[in-house]
Design a protein around this ligand. Sequence first.
Ligand SMILES: N#[N+]C[C@@H]1[C@@H](O)[C@H](O)[C@@H](O)[C@@H]2O[C@H]12
Length: 446
Amino acid sequence: MSTKYFPKDFLWGAATASYQIEGSPLADGAGSSIWHRFSHTPGNILNGDTGDVAADHYRRYKEDIALMKEMGLKGYRFSIAWPRIYPYGKGKINVKGMDFYDRLVDELLEAGITPFITLYHWDLPATLQDLGGWANRDIACWFADYADYMFQRLGDRVENWSTLNEPWVVAFVGHLFGEHAPGMKDIYSAFLVTHNQLRAHSKAVRAFREANIANGKIGITLSNTSHDPATDSMEDKIAAKVAHEWNNYPLFLHPIYYGDYPDTVKEFLKEYLPKNYYKDMEEIKEEIDFVGINYYSGDLVKFDPDSPLGGKSVKRGLPKTEMGWEIYPEGFYKILKGLQDEYNPKEVYVTENGAAFDDKVENGEVHDHKRIDYLKKHFEMAHKAIEDGVKLKGYFVWSLLDNFEWAFGYSKRFGIVYVDYNTQKRIIKDSGKWYSQIIKNNSLDF
Ligand SMILES: N#[N+]C[C@@H]1[C@@H](O)[C@H](O)[C@@H](O)[C@@H]2O[C@H]12
């Protein structure tokens, strides 16, 4: 057993998202979002759950920040609910909605916790969806205007900004698979949404540069699954590479860094890319300060001529989380190392990593040993990545609180803090107590 130290000033934190924890979605003049609309449409969410109350963070934020301070968190990643600021998506500002985030940021700073803002974590103003949402080219301007307003209002106190959370999930789970808001099932819309999110992201980055925020950094947060070939055959290797370039960071970083989509995406999916997409690529190619990596699991990919991308996912037979995702810490290293090798970002943050398990309260405590084991193994891989040259600057566990897990409602618990949804009582789980020690020591024994 040896003690491995993380870099000085490594930003250990926790992450959440507005619609998943805040509740009070229409309070104080806020507008409806596509997730408020989607969750209130019968059949979309398990058990008919909605984000109407969630973890009541809109009202309990001071209590939650006190918990963060008690655990010694250095950073807190949270998202702004666009409809609280612009109830109609653009035009009229909702002062009370802006006041909430002003107070939230001030409370975090008072507690010595670094704010890390995500501008968009899926709760699009419903009125913009009525105009086509992310499939409407004008959304690039709508988003950049919203982003610029936030830079102007919070840029004096917040240095770290991410434009979009998991744009792949927004595009394909929301517009092709239909399992997330707005519940569409159209592959052409899904690729148009991919493209417009990139346009919106880069337009917001330019607005950020114009805002000239002291020590400001802006990036994007991308979802990733580690895809390994099922065998050493060339067919499986190609299938795994296609899956990686379509599912993971390359789909968005190739345009941002190199001004075009990945070769395999163009080869297999060019018919779905928006007509004349290439005319936008120069505008999309815009330098960023960091890449945010979300990682949960990995799989094997086997050549399958009947699959759209020529490959299908195969399980390894590893232990799984409550989401049915295999626990594969090695994939965490592969994603982080691959990112640094392929795009050499100036900085990397793990913006989400964690696991859902069947947490139970026993005598007022939650002994979530499986989560501690999951986190420990992933921290070991993160440390190895840093040793091997990955410019990893921080880690945000998903999630601070048990919360609304999208189509799964409240059935999946990811928090290091347990939330009793009947009483809104919080209980720091054993994993939260363990994490506090890791942060305090900035080290891991393994
Ligand atoms: N599922 N799951 C957990 C977690 C989800 O709760 C986040 O909102 C997303 O950013 C990402 O999918 C990861």
